[in-house]
Write a protein that binds this ligand. Structure first.
Ligand code: DBV
Length: 244
């Protein structure tokens, strides 16, 4: 059972149909990683597979897909726009662990407190957010220091039933991505003087996510610290990519 494979397939297909995508290079060793975990009858494989694309406006579209049985399924899907565009990040963290499902979907703003930015990139998403958040239980507390990276349209839930993930959450994921696709389609390059501000905002985001990746513990247990740090810093949240 691969709970998030339909999400991954939808996203890659949607983006490749709508935009001219080319491969984004995946660093050596990051493409696929497997480990045998657990003991005796509980022993099983945990496999992580990486996907990455780029377009003229999006510098990295990337997914990490973790499959380790029905109690361990993760899809972390992020889009980093090129620095010539003020587009938000698309971020989806779809997580199933023995404790249950955890879902975070958002278009994460570069300039959260700028009213013009909110009007452009958050207000158009609020109706979608309200429609789905009303159908889903609130996800509860999350790290306070992460709050500034989320938009007011942050969909955050811990659904009890797997069926809700397959239906309501899947539908929400598709609508968020479709709306993001509209933003990308309409995006025009910003004047060169604004690009350092965009680069700085992207750098803050990458630094935070690389430092605080909630998957670090999980990956380290399965694959060791060396692989995990290389994966986080060279593939999931690559630092070198933000240079102007
Ligand atoms: N999260 C990632 C990547 C993952 C991943 C790259 C490839 O950023 C998985 C895997 N997220 C993942 C896992 C957990 C979470 C939790 C395995 C569970 C950790 C655990 O319980 O041990 C949104 N993800 C979370 C949480 C949040 C998010 C708020 C709960 C964290 C907590 O309670 O400490 N998305 C995540 C996040 C940001 C974001 C923190 C920050 C900007 O965009």
């Amino acid at each position: 059972m691969s709970l998030y494979k339909p999400f991954l397939d939808y996203a890659l297909d949607f983006l490749q149909t709508k935009f001219a995508c080319t491969a984004y290079p995946i660093p050596p060793g990051c493409g696929e990683k497997s480990a045998l975990v657990g003991k005796g009858a509980h022993q099983h494989t945990v496999k992580t597979t990486s996907y990455a694309l780029q377009t003229d406006k999006l510098r990295q579209i990337r997914a990490a897909h973790v499959e380790g049985g029905s109690n361990l399924q993760v899809l972390n899907f992020v889009i980093f726009p090129r620095l010539a565009y003020d587009l938000p990040f698309f971020g989806a963290d779809l997580v199933t662990l023995p404790g249950g499902h955890l879902i975070a979907i958002d278009m994460q703003p570069l300039f959260r407190d700028d009213p013009a930015y909110q009007a452009k990139y958050t207000e158009p998403v609020l109706a979608i957010h309200q429609r789905y958040q009303a159908l889903l239980p609130w996800g509860g507390d999350f790290p306070a220091e992460a709050a500034c990276f989320f938009s007011p349209a942050f969909l955050w839930t811990r659904p009890k039933e797997t069926e809700v993930v397959q239906t309501v959450v899947f539908q929400a994921f598709q609508e968020y991505l479709q709306k993001y696709g509209e933003f990308v389609e309409r995006a025009e390059p910003v004047p060169a003087v604004k690009r350092p501000l965009i680069a700085a905002a992207q750098q803050r985001y990458l630094d935070y996510r690389a430092a605080k990746d909630p998957a670090r513990g999980m990956f380290t247990r399965f694959y060791g610290a060396e692989w995990t740090e290389a994966y986080i810093h060279s593939f999931l949240f690559p630092q070198e990519s933000v240079e102007l």
